[in-house]
Design a protein around this ligand. Sequence first.
Ligand SMILES: [Zn+2]
Length: 427
Amino acid sequence: MTELLLGQVLRYTSDPFDHGLGAARVDEALVIEAGRIRAVGSADTLRRQHPDARVTDYGRNLISAGFVDAHVHYPQTAIIASWGKRLIDWLNSYTFPEEMRFSNLPYAQDVANRYFDLTVSNGTTSVCSYATIHPESVDAFFTAAARRNQRVWAGKTCMDRNAPDALRDTAQSAYDDSKALLAKWHGQGRASYVITPRFSPTSSEVQLAAMGALWAEHPDCLMQTHLSEQTDEIAWVKSLFPTARDYLDTYERHGLLGKGALLGHAIWLEEREKSRILETDASLIHCPTSNTFIGSGLFDMGGLKAAGHRIGLATDTGGGSSFSMLRTMAAAYEVGQLKGRALHPSELWWLATAGSARALHADDQIGTIAPGREADLVVVDLASTPAIAQATQRAEDLWQALFPTIMMGDDRAIRATYVAGARVHSR
Ligand SMILES: [Zn+2]
């Protein structure tokens, strides 16, 4: 069936960090057919070309590509907004006890379903998640996503040291389990497997090398890990890897740096690290609500984007304090302000959609509205609360109308969410 959606259709034709306001344009309508966007343009033209289409008129609501959350830990759904810890304490006090529960498949399934319900109601259509060390946690995630037909990425988190006994694998079992899960899930429908060593402190050199070997065997997979989140973490890494040139080198020397690497946080980068990341075209994933919540530091979006880095945006649930990419954009704006670079609403929105899709090397499939792209969409009410409605009243352009929703909006602003052309949430 053909569907015609009417509204303010926001789409990007390039990166607004490079091309400013010319990177985005607003159309009046789009056509969905067989799960994909067939056409974008004026309402009159598309109505005429598709007289039999079912029409949904969203009026002045914004229609955008769905949000793409490039770094989450779905198993931390239940511990989001736990009080008062920094990174290493956070892991030991909250994360590890919760992650132990994911050896139980029904529990993992329950959390995975809850996680997707929460994110879809926040307009997020794609996520890239860490699971736990348990294969059950990966199966639960991909099964729940497949039921919703969502384009997702995930992998078994690998840890063979500096974690509780019940959360440790070995270099060999991490390799074997990851390989089996990759064979089972990668490329099945809209699922992609991601090779996932948690971070250098919890992987031995042998395990990091095993992950590097697996990635070399499957270069079409992405590889995700954490990098330079907190200063005491970096000092720990240096004590664990005394011969490494820097934190990045603990990955680089084991074959875990390259195009398709997703490096979460990347706050305290040294000059060599920045230039090697740029040379290898690895992706940096900015997690602003997590960085302020756990007290990690301020990501240099302005400097890193200007240098040409490939950057995505993410909630880092549950170290991050929200499931909402609107709240995440607001935090990115605030972090940018503290670094002296006021990110334009066009740049923030691009990061949460096309930028994250590009960081995941999926920008030819999702992240923007264009003919042929998968029809993952969010419809946003730009007057969802009295506070936002009064602030947008005098707006003179779309960006002025949108910015109060970026700063103050939440799931009440999400009028509808579409996955592969099907409306999966509305309010
Ligand atoms: Zn993380």
